[in-house]
Write a protein that binds this ligand. Structure first.
Ligand code: SF4
Length: 144
């Protein structure tokens, strides 16, 4: 199995929910799920009416040369994130994809120290309660 992109579109084959974006006074922060959760129609519906990329982070198989961020060998987005963003923590967030995450495989812990502030599609938004609290009585399971 190849590496996973931790900021992928939700309609990609093999997409799983990496986390849900929560608003904090310090800006958006991703709450990471503690289990592998495929993207489902129910989860996408719970994100509505906003673009799901504004309120969830999705992981999916890295598209490598088919992605504009891939420079032929590495992920230029991961490098930019480490070079330009300020760390928002100094420990590794709980994250079920770490062993396969391309950002971590290439940039190591500094990627994880910045990852929780990354939103795939940046725009003003409020994360629907159904995502934060769980849709259809089946809460998404977050790490503490
Ligand atoms: S950069 Fe780190 S925290 Fe973010 S998805 Fe990859 S392994 Fe997980």
């Amino acid at each position: 199995m190849g590496p996973l992109c931790p900021s992928a579109p939700p309609d990609q084959d093999g997409a799983q929910v990496l986390g849900v974006v929560r608003s904090t006074e310090r800006g958006p922060r991703v709450g990471y799920l503690n289990a592998h959760q495929p993207v489902t129609d129910e989860i996408l519906a719970a994100a509505g009416p906003v673009d799901p990329r504004q309120v969830i982070r999705v992981a999916a198989p890295c598209q490598e040369n088919r992605c504009s961020h891939h420079d032929g060998q590495t992920c230029s987005l991961a490098a930019r994130i480490v070079q330009t963003l300020t760390p928002v923590g100094d420990s590794l967030p709980p994250c079920v994809i770490r062993r396969r995450c391309r950002w971590y495989l290439e940039q190591g812990a500094p990627a994880c120290h910045r990852c929780p502030q990354v939103v795939t599609q940046v725009d003003a938004h409020a994360t629907p309660a159904a995502l934060l609290n769980g849709a259809d009585g089946a809460p998404l399971a977050f790490e503490a």
